[in-house]
Design a protein around this ligand. Structure first.
Ligand code: PGA
Length: 246
């Protein structure tokens, strides 16, 4: 009942020439059986949204709709140039910009109010996992970062263990399953069975063509948020195939 989602997060990568990768991806997937979302840098957003048949998303937004915030971009502005979604609370932003869950929640709320789907990221550090605090951390981030008005359409959760991002390390399938099951139960408890069962939960962190299929077999994994392997059509395409086959 949940439509699967393959989301690519280009991070701070990509000049205009990189848009040819989206053309190649569109050629390889003229009618994908899953949702495909590409989140390029904000500089490419408008062009990508015009040219690319897939949904386009941003990687961050400000919590306010407008105002004196030099250098920032609001959710409304993203929507205005064709974005359908925005990633909020990525660990790289939580760490580099000290973005705590209350800020992430305000950004997610702003995104939803602007008509965007908020992809709210959360994940534990290696030290937190080793101290067996993973579920406490995830429970706290979930409670703190997700606004109250969630629907299956305006919210996606991305579980991204910090130690798995860009490292080639991946949790065991049992570990992924444990966290996704936990998130699902918390969503159902907070939002009721209908919304709780409808919200998609993505796994992120070193998803590659060679490990995607097994990760997509894990219950409550509704797709992936893919960094490095989303930059090249040749890498992202087999991940989309794996999700279609799951
Ligand atoms: P990665 O990044 O796939 O390069 O590990 C994932 C992410 O940070 O969203």
């Amino acid at each position: 009942m949940r439509r699967k989602l393959a989301a690519g997060n280009w991070k701070m990568n990509g000049l205009s020439g990189q848009l040819t990768e989206l053309e190649a991806l569109a050629e390889a997937h003229p009618k994908p059986a899953v949702d495909v979302l590409i989140c390029p840098p904000v500089t490419l957003l408008a062009t990508a949204a015009r040219q690319c048949p897939f949904d386009i998303g941003a990687q961050d937004c400000h919590a306010n709709a407008s105002g004196a915030h030099t250098g920032d971009v609001s959710a409304e502005m993203l929507r205005d140039v064709g974005a359908k979604a925005v990633i909020v609370g990525h660990s790289e932003r939580r760490e580099s910009y000290d973005e705590h869950s209350d800020i992430v929640r305000a950004k997610a709320r702003a995104a939803q109010q602007a008509g965007l789907m908020a992809i709210v990221c959360m994940g534990e550090s290696l030290a937190q996992r080793e101290a067996q605090n993973t579920l406490d951390i995830i429970g706290g981030q979930l409670a703190g970062s997700v606004p109250d008005n969630a629907t299956a359409e305006n919210l996606v959760i991305a579980y991204e263990p910090i130690w798995a991002i860009g490292t080639g390390l991946v949790p065991s399938l049992a570990q992924i399953g444990e966290v996704h099951g936990f998130i699902r139960a918390r969503l159902e408890r907070r939002f009721g069975a209908g919304v709780g069962r409808g919200v998609r939960i993505l796994y992120g962190g070193s998803v590659k063509p060679d490990n995607a299929a097994e990760i997509f077999q894990v219950p409550d994994v509704d797709g992936a948020l893919v960094g490095g392997a989303s930059l090249k059509a040749a890498d992202f395409s087999p991940i989309i195939n794996a999700l279609e086959g799951a």
